[in-house]
Design a protein around this ligand. Sequence first.
Ligand SMILES: Nc1nc2c(c(=O)[nH]1)N[C@H]1C(S)=C(S)[C@@H](COP(=O)(O)OP(=O)(O)OC[C@H]3O[C@@H](n4cnc5c(=O)[nH]c(N)nc54)[C@H](O)[C@@H]3O)O[C@H]1N2
Ligand SMILES: Nc1nc2c(c(=O)[nH]1)N[C@H]1C(S)=C(S)[C@@H](COP(=O)(O)OP(=O)(O)OC[C@H]3O[C@@H](n4cnc5c(=O)[nH]c(N)nc54)[C@H](O)[C@@H]3O)O[C@H]1N2
Ligand code: SF4
Ligand SMILES: [Mo]
Length: 868
Amino acid sequence: MTETQTTCPYCGVGCGVLARVEDGIVSVQGDEHHPANFGRLCVKGASLAETIGLEGRLLSPQLDGERVSWPQALAAAGERLRAIIDRYGPQAVAFYASGQLLTEDYYAANKLMKGFIGAGNIDTNSRLCMSSAVTGYKRAFGADVVPCSYEDVERSDLVILVGSNAAWAHPVLYQRLVQAKQNRPQMKVVVIDPRRTATCDIADHHLAIAPGTDGGLFVGLLQALAQAGAVNDRFADASAALAAAESWTAEKVAAFCGLPQEEVQAFYQAFIAAPRAITLYTMGINQSSSGSDKCNAIINVHLASGKFAREGCGPFSLTGQPNAMGGREVGGLATMLAAHMNFEPADLARVARFWGTERLAQTPGLMAVELFTAIARGEVKAVWIMGTNPAVSLPDSHAVSQALAACPLVIVSEVAADTDTARYADIRFPALAWGEKNGTVTNSERRISRQRAFLPAPGEARADWWIIAQVAGQLGFAEAFGWQHPHEVFSEHAALSGFENDGERAFDISGLAKLTRTQWDRLAPVRWPVTQGGNGLDLSRGWRADGQLRMVPVTPSGMQAHRLPLYPLILNSGRVRDQWHTMTRTGSVPRLMQHIAQPIVEVAPQDATHFALQNGGLARVSSPRGVMVARVVISETQRPGSLFTPMHWNDGFARQGKVNSLVAPVVDPHSGQPESKQTAVRIAPWRPQWQGELFSRAPVTLPRHLHWWRKAAPGLHHLTLCGDRAIQAELLAVCQQQGWQIQVASLGETWHLLAWQQGRLMLGFWSSRTLPEIDVALILRAFAEAPQTLVERHALLAGRDLARPATGKIVCSCFSVGEKIITEAIETQGCSTVAGLGERLKCGTNCGSCIPELKALLACAAHKTVIL
Ligand SMILES: Nc1nc2c(c(=O)[nH]1)N[C@H]1C(S)=C(S)[C@@H](COP(=O)(O)OP(=O)(O)OC[C@H]3O[C@@H](n4cnc5c(=O)[nH]c(N)nc54)[C@H](O)[C@@H]3O)O[C@H]1N2
Ligand SMILES: Nc1nc2c(c(=O)[nH]1)N[C@H]1C(S)=C(S)[C@@H](COP(=O)(O)OP(=O)(O)OC[C@H]3O[C@@H](n4cnc5c(=O)[nH]c(N)nc54)[C@H](O)[C@@H]3O)O[C@H]1N2
Ligand code: SF4
Ligand SMILES: [Mo]
């Protein structure tokens, strides 16, 4: 047996994971010694062993759709890039990278583009995620420094979560907060979100703010601090920011933010009174056309009140991706140079000296959204996409796909063989995935941890840094990219951070530059800075020539999306608990598909009535750019006038399931981050003639007129289908062609089909006017072993055992416990607490992510509302 300490590749909490390999079987558990999680894992982390199969992996290089050798693929990439650079100049080439790369990969990509190709055009999906937070910190502190830690969250008196659904997006940090609040009940938690999310479970107050208006709330808080005499200039001169805030009375804020004035005032009082306060903010703040200003409005109240630079205090931007922070450290955004240096003369000269290059880019490059419009205009002619899926995640995804289709050279480094983006690739490079790759990542609290390999490289997959270095070699830069091991890349990056630094740049890990390979292999999680002299961070000074921290004057603005008569609703989008981004890993894990298996759209009851929507029915949501189809969930948690839908679904998992096909490419003027959280849309019910669930052993070619959603089932193809034209004849024809025996049950609008081959179930289809309620476990059992008794066979044809209650939507993914079973336990078996439910059904007793939902079910058992 081998046991490897590594780091979870999902969210920015950065949990330590112990991966065991025994007789070729991998299992994972939380690492008790890792200071991010002390042994805890959420359900995504706990399911990691289920994601390492090689099905769907890209395992060999491909050139123009054909499998080729590495030398052929690398030579083609080199030649084609070189031809474009020679003819159109370096600005015609761009890289689009990702916060899911390791720091070593990111460093190599940044060095190649900025240092040797000689253009600033390397941007990343962090532009869609963290760039407003970066701009906020840089404007305030002069450097991109996150001034808080997880312990600060635990030790605060007032924890404000704004635009963050940490219960689902940062589950282990949230569990730490839950625990801290249990230990110190006097701790107060405020959640600011237009929706009542699972995070509100522990909130003392939830402010259901109008979308896009948080700037007003925090500028008003600054004004309230001033009025209470609670502003001091210990950290920064407050005068200009105060002048901008002067007119923002609680009354004005309440009207602007759509909140009762008492709630606004109570929040302000709580902040003023709290000895220690910390504000956690994520995508509800950053993904906004005024995200940078919102970040500064948040930073301002901490600087002004002195709730800053001490335990339990500060403006804490939670990072989303496992290594968004590493990308920021190496300078992997088009607007930064390298290692916290900027496009300024002294920095440019220094980096050119360190890299030994004469080609260094002299100006910032194109930011994500403008990069893809430059591709569409034909100005950028080659793009190399690494570890991100922009055809799904960028706004206006139809336009992004068109740009990729028209781009003369698209190179994609991927772990998945087929993604919405990889479909446009001329060259595909197979990259190593989690468990195979080796390097470092930095989490939200600036903690650098090792991701270590515990699996061999599969097929011909190679490390991202290696692929980049090889292409650099093809372009004639072999000498500067001669690394043989990621440890060498790390050492160079660490050395650059300390190069001619003298304490002027916050990011300094030069204390790690001389680690031997063995020391690097054993590196324990460590927060930066790690300087040679061992200095910590002095948060009371600014990293700029005058040494000052700044309060940026903010004039609040709302969203750019406008409600129009034809598009009267605002569509919000974000994460669901058990899926990761574009689902290339989590979408194939049955356990993670149970919770929410289809794109949903959450609608407030009033809006549902107004637009004639039914709970569980389908709806078309559309903007002038596109349309998506989703299942309606009517929910009191939703603010009237607003809808919410997950960001995850894409062309691999659904027809018309992509929210970004609706979203406009409107960006923040300072950070370039898109307003992904607000889009003006309309919604209309769609009542197809039939809906059905299809399971089959082999892929089935379906008629194009069908609507479909792909789900995860072990070893099987599972699709939910619906349409306005019958497909009985087509399905029967498929089965007949195969010579399968057919069994059909048909009653009114219900039509069920089973197809057998020598007693083996090959295909099953259950359809009705509305989606039939089936027992998936029973069906999976029948595929594994044909039912023997008559009762079992009847149950299979019916799709479920009619004598037993249906399970309902799965709430606890760890133990597959469904909503109906839970409700039954509450209503008929006397379970009245989360602990009681856990005792009887085990739900909520492992990772705890479903506890908010269990509580909601307990609370709602009396008056039946649907809760997600
Ligand atoms: N399960 C899961 N976890 C993840 C990820 C994942 O894909 N799946 N991705 C990771 C990544 S990369 C990221 S960036 C993080 C994101 O983490 P979060 O930002 O916490 O997640 P989101 O669901 O995108 O958005 C958070 C909340 O912002 C709210 N919001 C929308 N508009 C507004 C507004 O105007 N004001 C306020 N105050 N709130 C608003 C939404 O209703 C939503 O509840 O999650 C990380 N963790
Ligand atoms: N409407 C809307 N849009 C959004 C958001 C939203 O809330 N609403 N959120 C935005 C945010 S915060 C983010 S972070 C983005 C995320 O969006 P993306 O970055 O597009 O999403 P992922 O699915 O994580 O893409 C990662 C890709 O890299 C591949 N991959 C995984 N590991 C590796 C590796 O080691 N090497 C290589 N080369 N490839 C690898 C995966 O298979 C996958 O295809 O979406 C953004 N878009
Ligand atoms: S909280 Fe984040 S880092 Fe931790 S196990 Fe879950 S997904 Fe992984
Ligand atoms: Mo993100």
